[in-house]
Design a protein around this ligand. Structure first.
Ligand SMILES: Cc1cc2nc3c(=O)[nH]c(=O)nc-3n(C[C@H](O)[C@H](O)[C@H](O)COP(=O)(O)O)c2cc1C
Length: 477
């Protein structure tokens, strides 16, 4: 059963989810302190936590969250497994980490659950506003354990895009009752497979958990209508093509094209039709000016979701030096955001910053494919013996082709996972020496001078102040 969301307070400002780890617990907590909604990223959260622990957990924040986990024995075991009190011996020298498949090992499921719990628990401390977790429908294998960990920490909202998250509301209901469930995995040949998850493996004996609200991130009113019909969706984030991260392709676009996708008026969702669905919705994508809230509300929205402005502020989870370099280049006008047609192995347009000395700054012909070490964007394919294998169009060409991948898929792809983890401050060492280059994703606008409240810098409060948004949460009538 979902709550009647019209009867509860809704946030008017959402700091949206930014993977990997850009919308970390620190940023989400800072926004929630102002009474608005902070959203942590659930993408690759198990990897982020294992890497942070190997870096030493110097400020002991992860330890504190682990101590609050309802199964202390599990928390101590996982902490011990990954924590390195001395930090990394050399930059990027992390221990190897399993990749997600259909039946991951028990210790990996445990790590995932406690990682999501930790991120949400830390974000929720001192909160005044709600905390959400963002997940991508496209990344299916870790979804159920991530959700369960977030639910155990009392997450208030689950926000999901990059696909059609029809099944998730039902699974949230099951997980709140600690019931086992199975997510349908999409296989490249059009068939499906089940990814089971049994919350009992976490060894808890708890009463039912509170069911958070579920917001679907959509770019078309048609998808909003389909999701509203399938039930369990409490509201929508309507995301335009100016937004950072992956974008829905423009109408009539061919994913074989190398050209930067061009969007026109026909790509804008019909807000009136979204409004008529009777569910609350928020507008996302370049909602970064002082009139944005007023305009969004005039169109029937409850409020706005903002990200790029938060991504480059001093509370963001982006690597500190990289963030300063990117911010300064943006302020000097020496970098811009490109909507890449073919960079991401997902086949969706992906917005990157063409900043020097980052993966996004390389011309297409110098893009780097990598030995896949994180595997978050791999897709499932059916092997000849009927079992499931995993491949990524950005992994080494020979590996992809051996797995039956099509040659045409390879053109201009680049490794996104390694780059995004490097951007969050966790670059891996490369065989040939040095560490992975970061890859920054960003929304289209980079006019950050408006936010500066310190010399050449700004924090999350400055963004909220400039947007002119009063203290939240605000009730809707
Ligand atoms: C650095 C960055 C990372 C993002 N990562 C994700 C993500 O992991 N999942 C997602 O649903 N959206 C992601 N987005 C999109 C945002 O959640 C949001 O909807 C959008 O960026 C809002 O528009 P704005 O950036 O113009 O403010 C990302 C955006 C940025 C800037």
């Amino acid at each position: 059963m979902t709550k009647d969301i019209s009867k509860i307070d809704l946030p008017i400002l959402i700091q949206g989810g930014m993977g990997v780890s850009i919308s970390s617990w620190k940023l989400a907590r800072k926004v929630a302190r102002r009474g608005h909604m902070g959203v942590v990223s659930g993408t690759a959260i198990e990897r982020v936590m294992a890497l942070r622990l190997q870096e030493g957990d110097e400020d002991g924040q992860i330890r504190r969250a682990f101590d609050a986990f309802p199964n202390r024995e599990l928390a101590n075991r996982i902490y011990k497994r990954w924590h390195n009190p001395d930090g990394l011996a050399e930059p990027g020298q992390y221990k190897g980490l399993t990749m997600y498949g259909v039946n991951p090992p028990q210790h990996f499921l445990e790590l995932t659950v406690i990682a999501a719990f930790t991120e949400v628990w830390l974000a929720k401390e001192e909160k005044a506003g709600p905390i959400g977790i963002n997940l991508l429908e496209k990344i299916q294998a870790p979804t159920l354990p991530v959700l369960y960990g977030a639910l155990l920490a009392g997450v208030d909202y689950v926000l999901m895009g990059a696909g059609i998250p029809r099944e998730i509301p039902g699974h949230m209901d099951q997980l709140c009752q600690h019931q086992s469930c199975s997510l349908r995995l999409n296989v490249d040949d059009g068939s499906t497979e089940s990814i089971p998850f049994d919350p009992n493996v976490i060894g808890l004996n708890l009463p039912p958990l509170a069911r958070p609200q579920f917001l679907a991130i959509i770019s078309s009113h048609v998808l909003a209508m389909a999701l509203a019909r399938s039930g369990g969706v409490d509201g929508f984030i309507v995301e335009g093509h100016m937004a950072g991260g992956h974008n829905a392709p423009p109408r009539g676009w061919s994913s074989d094209s190398n050209d930067e996708p061009v969007y026109g008026p026909r790509d804008n969702p019909d807000l009136e039709r979204v409004r008529k669905l009777g569910k609350p919705f928020w507008l996302a994508g370049a909602q970064n000016h002082s009139e944005a809230l007023k305009e969004a509300q005039a169109a029937g929205a409850v409020g706005i979701q903002v990200d790029t402005a938060f991504a480059f502020c001093s509370d963001s989870g982006m690597d500190k030096n990289l963030r300063k370099r990117a911010l300064s280049a943006a302020l000097n006008g020496t970098t811009r955001t490109i909507t890449e047609a073919r960079g991401s192995p997902t086949g969706f347009p992906f917005k990157t910053l063409d900043l020097e000395d980052t993966e996004g700054g390389r011309p297409a012909e110098e893009r780097k494919r990598q030995v896949c070490i994180h595997g978050c964007l791999r897709s499932a394919y059916r092997k000849e013996d009927g079992s499931i294998g995993w491949r990524c169009a950005s992994e080494l060409e020979s590996t992809f082709l051996t797995k039956g991948g099509e040659e045409g898929e390879l053109t201009d792809r680049r490794c996104v996972c390694n780059g995004l983890l490097a951007t969050a401050g966790h670059p891996h060492a490369m065989k040939e020496g040095g560490v992975e280059l970061p890859l920054i994703t960003s929304g289209a606008y980079l006019d950050f001078e408006r936010f500066l409240n310190e010399k050449d810098d700004y924090d999350a409060d400055a963004v909220i102040d400039l947007l002119g948004i009063p203290y939240g949460p605000m009730a809707v009538a």
